[in-house]
Structures are given as structure tokens and as C-alpha cells.
Design a binder for this molecule. Structure first.
Ligand SMILES: Cc1ncc(COP(=O)(O)O)c(C=O)c1O
Length: 403
């Protein structure tokens, strides 16, 4: 059976997958049925933070699987309580809500903010300020909050009361954030949008304007959170604190889970019955996430992210000296973007496919940027090997360009 060929017979055609079909993974290496090896620089889109088949994650999952899988939120369970406690203790927040994905975390954050503002200030204070080129997930509310109309336009009519300012533009933020604003949602690094970092001045300005207008400042850390940038949360690189963050992806290391963390002051935004989920806080997901959290939240792993970033940057600079394809290498920690020069715009996906064909799993971030989101503990040897494969892919790309 050719799985890649079978797939479209049964599935809605919404992804455009690569040809490589992995059947197992070990650390930062994936293997197909024929034992063909691919070095994994994609990490399941910033999810497999500890690579594949990490022994402690396997132990956490299998131990929990012997005990209790699911009870729903009519009961509390031990892994959920331990995870909530660990997240609150390691952050500047006081309360947690656990759900199943990044989109759901965003949805929860925005709903909490709207309800908090409604209850405390009145229905007029419902405006959501977001930014162009941002990505916040795929529910109708999340695509409407996101700043890329290609994800939302076809699903109109969209939820009302959402406006989009210019990212990193202080005067645009000043113009939009006012006494009617309930929440300002922003990515510390616009990830899907092309690995574009928020400036310190911009985030400071957002903090100042939210304080002035009693609006909630929400950082969407779904992609940047849980060690990805070299700190547990990306906001910790700055001298400001948001009021609420959404996290997911690396939180479960491959098991679906998401969460919001919120300051005490705003936690009354949700009360009994105002929000909920059947699966959120599921013991299996929380047991795995807890094992991931304990490993990542150590100075060894977090400083290792920054060391690995340097190796990536050195290797990418070297490749660029040879091929002259990139205008810039950007990002932070192991969320790295190689931005293509203007003459190659639109061709990131082609390079991604060539990568897979030559033994390295890559991602794009927008049509113009190659994205690297590997395991946070990828061995240096695997980085070098993956870069050798990437070099072969770039060689082929350069030949295509010349042809
Ligand atoms: C910043 C950000 N928010 C939200 C999401 C949506 O997360 P999920 O795909 O888990 O629903 C993503 C996914 O890429 C993301 O990068």
C-alpha cells in the first residue's frame, strides 16, 4: 500500500503533503518504511521539542496509560494539577486553563478578555486589536484575529470588533488601542508570518497603551513558548510582562495540548460555566506535558537552545556564502528563518520539498522564508548532517534557478 497515494482518496485535500512518509522517529531522525532517513529540522512544526521517542516521555505516557486516561472536567486529576502548578510556579501568572491545541488556547484567551471587559466595563469595551501578518490559529475567531486575510476572507461573515494594526509600528498601535479595547493580541515573533521579531519599543508601547486603557495584553506564545527561544517563555527576553499568554505546541512535545496562563487580576474573566472543554486537562496529555516541562525547564536545556542557535546560524551563513540565496538569517533560539532574497520570493516551498527529497525535513514560514524549528535537544552531529543535506538541496535549487 502506498500511503501517500491512498491519502487523497479518503482525506479532504487541505495540506499538500511532501512525499516522504515517516513510520518511526528516533531523536531528530525520521525513517520511512524502507528505512530511508531524514534529519528533522521541522520538529512537527515546533512541537517535537524533545525529538521523537524520548524515553522519559514514553515512560510518562505508558505509566499514565496503565492508570487513568480520561475523566473529563467534572473531576480533577493528578497530572493536570501537577502541570498547572508547575506552569504557574515557573511563570509570572497565577491561573491556568488547559485545552487541546493552540487555536483553542487563543480562543480561550480572547473569550476571557472579552468577558472580563464586558463584566467590568460594559459591552462597548469589546475591541480586539491584532496585527497584520499575524497567525493565531484556524477557528473562525482565530482566523479573524489573525492578520492574514487569505485564511479568513472565504469564511465571511467574520466575528466583529477585530482590527489589525501594523506590526512593530508604534503610531498604528496608538491609533487603534483606546478605551473600547478589551484585548491586544500579539506574537512576540510572528512565526507563520515569516519569523519577524517584535521590537522592544513596540512591546513596551503595547504594555503602556494597555495599562492606560485597561485592556488585556495577550502574547500568543503558541510557537515561541516552552523553551523555543532559549527562555521558557519568549516574553522573558523583555522587561515587560503580558497579562495573559497562550501556549501549545512544545508543551506536549507531540501530545495535543494547549493552555492559557493569566494574571490573577483578570482571572475572573471566566467563572463556572462560562467556558469549557471535554478533553482539556486530560490525564494522558498532562502526564506527557509534565515530563516535557521538567526536562525543558532546566538551565542546561534552555542554554543549549542558544548554543544550538549559534551552530545553525554559523552553518546557514556558510551556506549563504556559497549559494547567496538568503537576504537574512533571523529569529531567536531554535525558531530560525532564512529569508530568501527578493528574486527567489515565492519559492520557499520548492526548497522545502527539495530538502525532504535530499534527507532533511524543513518548513517554510510564508512563501519567502525557510523555517527551522528542530528539537531543542538536537545533537550537534545531527545539525551538521542535516545541513549537509540542506546544502545538496540548495545546490539542486540553484541548478533549477539557472536552468
Ligand atoms: C502563534 C500561533 N498561534 C496559534 C497557532 C495555532 O495552533 P494549533 O495549530 O495548535 O491550533 C499557531 C500554529 O501554528 C501559532 O503559530
Amino acid at each position: 500500500m502506498n500511503l501517500r497515494q491512498e491519502y487523497p482518496n479518503y482525506f479532504l485535500d487541505i495540506y499538500g503533503q511532501v512525499d516522504f512518509v515517516p513510520v518511526r522517529g528516533v531523536g531528530s531522525r525520521l525513517y520511512d518504511n524502507n528505512d530511508q532517513e531524514v534529519i528533522d529540522f521541522a520538529g512537527g512544526i515546533a512541537v517535537n521539542a524533545l525529538g521523537h521517542a524520548h524515553p522519559q516521555m514514553i515512560a510518562a505516557l505508558t505509566n499514565q496509560a496503565q492508570k487513568l486516561w480520561h475523566v473529563s472536567n467534572i473531576m480533577v486529576n493528578q497530572p493536570a494539577v501537577e502541570l498547572g502548578k508547575a506552569l504557574v510556579n515557573a511563570s509570572d501568572f497565577d491561573k491556568v486553563f488547559i485545552c487541546n491545541s493552540g487555536t483553542e488556547a487563543v480562543e480561550a484567551g480572547l473569550k476571557l478578555a472579552r468577558r472580563y471587559s464586558l463584566v467590568n466595563f460594559g459591552a462597548h469595551k469589546h475591541k480586539i486589536v491584532s496585527f497584520k501578518n499575524s497567525f493565531h490559529g484556524r477557528t473562525l475567531f482565530a482566523v479573524s484575529a489573525g492578520g492574514q486575510s487569505k485564511y479568513s476572507a472565504d469564511f465571511a461573515p467574520l466575528p466583529e470588533g477585530i482590527v489589525h494594526g501594523e506590526f512593530n509600528d508604534l503610531s498604528s498601535a496608538e491609533e487603534l488601542i483606546d478605551e473600547n479595547t478589551a484585548v491586544v493580541i500579539v506574537e512576540v515573533i510572528q512565526a507563520e508570518g515569516g519569523i519577524i521579531q517584535a521590537s522592544t519599543e513596540f512591546l513596551l508601547k503595547l504594555r503602556e497603551l494597555c495599562d492606560k486603557h485597561q485592556a488585556i495584553l495577550m502574547f500568543d506564545e503558541v510557537q515561541t513558548g516552552i523553551g523555543r527561544t532559549g527562555k521558557l517563555f519568549a516574553y522573558q527576553h523583555y522587561l515587560i510582562q503580558p497579562d495573559l499568554i497562550s501556549i501549545a505546541k512544545a508543551l506536549g512535545g507531540g501530545f495535543p495540548i494547549g493552555a492559557i496562563l493569566v494574571k490573577e487580576k483578570f482571572s475572573s474573566g471566566f467563572t463556572i460555566g462560562s467556558h469549557g472543554t471535554t478533553f482539556g486537562g486530560n490525564p494522558l496529555a498532562c502526564a506527557v506535558a509534565l515530563s516535557v516541562f521538567y526536562i525543558i525547564n532546566t538551565s542546561e536545556v534552555l542554554s543549549g537552545v542558544t548554543q544550538r542557535e549559534q551552530v545553525f546560524r554559523e552553518q546557514l551563513d556558510k551556506l549563504n556564502q556559497e549559494f547567496d540565496l538568503f537576504a537574512e538569517i533571523r529569529g531567536q533560539g531554535l525558531l530560525i528563518g532564512a529569508a530568501l532574497k527578493p528574486q527567489y520570493h515565492g519559492r520557499a516551498r520548492e526548497i522545502m520539498n527539495l530538502g525532504f527529497a535530499h534527507g532533511v525535513a524543513l518548513l517554510n514560514a510564508s512563501p519567502n522564508v525557510i523555517r527551522f524549528t528542530p528539537s531543542l535537544i538536537i545533537p550537534e552531529e545531527d545539525i551538521i548532517l542535516g545541513m549537509n543535506h540542506f546544502k545538496t538541496a540548495l545546490h539542486k535549487f540553484s541548478k533549477n534557478v539557472a536552468a
